[in-house]
Design a protein around this ligand. Structure first.
Ligand code: ATP
Ligand code: MG
Length: 422
């Protein structure tokens, strides 16, 4: 993509009221646009990262046999009355209709997923079954702060699984946990898993996946080496003690909840009278699990966990583009024409190899301004094409994650840069 064509370019100054790092860099870099507190437009650059996160999640959900659906945000009040959540959910947006009816704007989808699956399943032989979606959620949060990490409208992957026995649910729950660890590893973030109480959902236990960052709202006792962690409110260990899982000294740290999985038992299936028939014709209660990952929050948490004072440092797999080509202008028209033509050729050839490239082809700007943008936008590999680099028949290549720039001969450029980028 040519940066000159991107309508949502970076701004020179940070937004005055950005209360968090992710809001500051995502807004200033032109990844998202704030519409009002807790509500954002995902702009072309930001949407590319969000889509990558979503696709990683999608691949790992498909790999554990979950089937993708798209459920509605506008939900029947009756279902919410049925589960008892219409009057007890403080964050529920209630939408009045001109016909005197009222609807719920889905903060989650148990009230849809449970009767949906019930509609199709008759026999215990149809179980287990799991369905998921990657879609928009609405929650009337009292305070929408922390940038895209706490929205009133936000993205979530929610998975619902249905089982004939508790043992089967336990096994699947463990498979989802492993799939989640793969997802976070692929997204380039360090995640800790805490045992949490089921909260409003059930008396059963649940697990939270916490990304370690000072911007987190949760205080944790965590192992710096393995995934073990506890929320400090319920912690059975103290900082300085040995990790019960691997023996490393535990530390106190902050985390942001990126995902949460729950054993719901018969909390929702019971409310809808969802039972299946076994081989003897007996009606068995169905047990259920639900598993969420905040997709938009995850993008924000990645920024919180991976940046410096100049901007974002995108992990490879979730960067909007893998390579950022910066072509520098020159007062000498012929030199500028050669520089642009060389950069243009590199841009085309990298793309032909399947490398995703952002090409800063703007002329009439200082090198400082362009490098500032490259640091702010944070693509993993920066390639400078300039009068100076071409005097050495080279490109200047630098990794956003650190290290000195290296000079790569123009003739080897495509192969070397493609290798670094993928
Ligand atoms: P929190 O404690 O942060 O309010 P929650 O426990 O209420 O979150 P869940 O109901 O467990 O959230 O939702 C599943 C996931 O959806 C969370 O782990 C989080 O990643 C994401 N999420 C929840 N609320 C928001 C929000 N307001 N904005 C963005 N993402 C959210
Ligand atoms: Mg939660």
């Amino acid at each position: 993509m040519r940066y000159s064509q991107v309508f949502s370019k970076s701004s020179k100054t940070a937004p005055a009221d950005a209360e968090s790092v992710n809001a500051r860099f995502l807004i200033q870099g032109g990844f998202v646009h704030q519409e009002m507190a807790g509500v954002y437009t995902w702009l072309p650059l930001g949407l590319r990262s969000l889509r990558k996160v979503e696709n990683i999640i999608r691949e790992e959900m498909d790999a554990i046999g979950a089937q993708e659906t798209r459920m509605p945000s506008l939900q029947p009040k009756e279902a919410w009355l049925n589960t008892g959540r219409w009057d007890t959910t403080d964050i529920l947006f209630k939408v009045p209709s001109q016909t005197d009816k009222e609807y719920a704007l889905g903060p989650s989808h148990e009230e849809i997923a449970t009767p949906l699956v019930q509609d199709y399943l008759i026999s215990y032989k149809d179980l287990p079954l799991s369905v998921y979606q990657i879609a928009t959620k609405f929650r009337d949060e009292l305070r929408a702060k922390s940038g895209v990490m706490r929205g009133r409208e936000f993205g979530m992957k929610d998975l619902y699984s249905f089982h004939a026995t508790q043992e089967d649910l336990d096994q699947y729950y463990e498979r989802v946990k492993q799939a989640y660890l793969k997802i976070f590893a692929r997204c380039g973030v360090d995640v800790k898993v805490t045992l949490a109480s089921g909260g409003i959902f059930s008396k059963k236990l649940s697990h939270e996946f916490q990304i370690i960052t000072p911007a987190g709202e949760d205080l944790l006792i965590a192992c710096p080496k393995c995934t073990y962690a506890e929320n400090i409110e319920v912690a059975t260990h103290k900082a300085g003690e040995a990790c019960p899982s691997c023996g490393t000294e535990l530390i106190e740290t902050k985390g942001v909840e990126a995902a949460n999985i729950f054993d719901l038992g018969t909390r929702y299936t019971g409310a809808f009278g969802f039972k299946v028939t076994d081989e003897k014709g007996e009606h068995l209660p169905v047990v259920m699990g639900c598993y969420g990952i905040g997709t938009t929050r995850l993008v924000g948490a990645i920024v919180e966990a991976s940046h410096d004072d100049k901007g974002i440092i995108w992990p490879k797999n979730v960067a909007p583009f893998q390579v950022h080509i910066v072509a520098l202008g020159s007062k000498d028209e012929a030199v500028q024409a050669t520089t642009l033509a060389t950069a243009e050729k590199l841009y085309t050839e990298l793309q032909a190899r399947g490398v995703e490239v952002l090409f800063d082809d703007r002329m009439g700007m200082s090198a400082g301004e362009k490098f500032g943008d490259a640091d702010l936008l944070g693509m993993p590999v920066r390639v400078v094409v300039s009068e100076k680099s071409l005097k050495n028949n080279s490109f200047e290549v630098k990794l956003r994650s650190g290290g000195e720039p290296i000079m790569v001969p123009v003739t080897e450029g495509v192969a070397k840069i493609a290798e670094l980028a993928t």
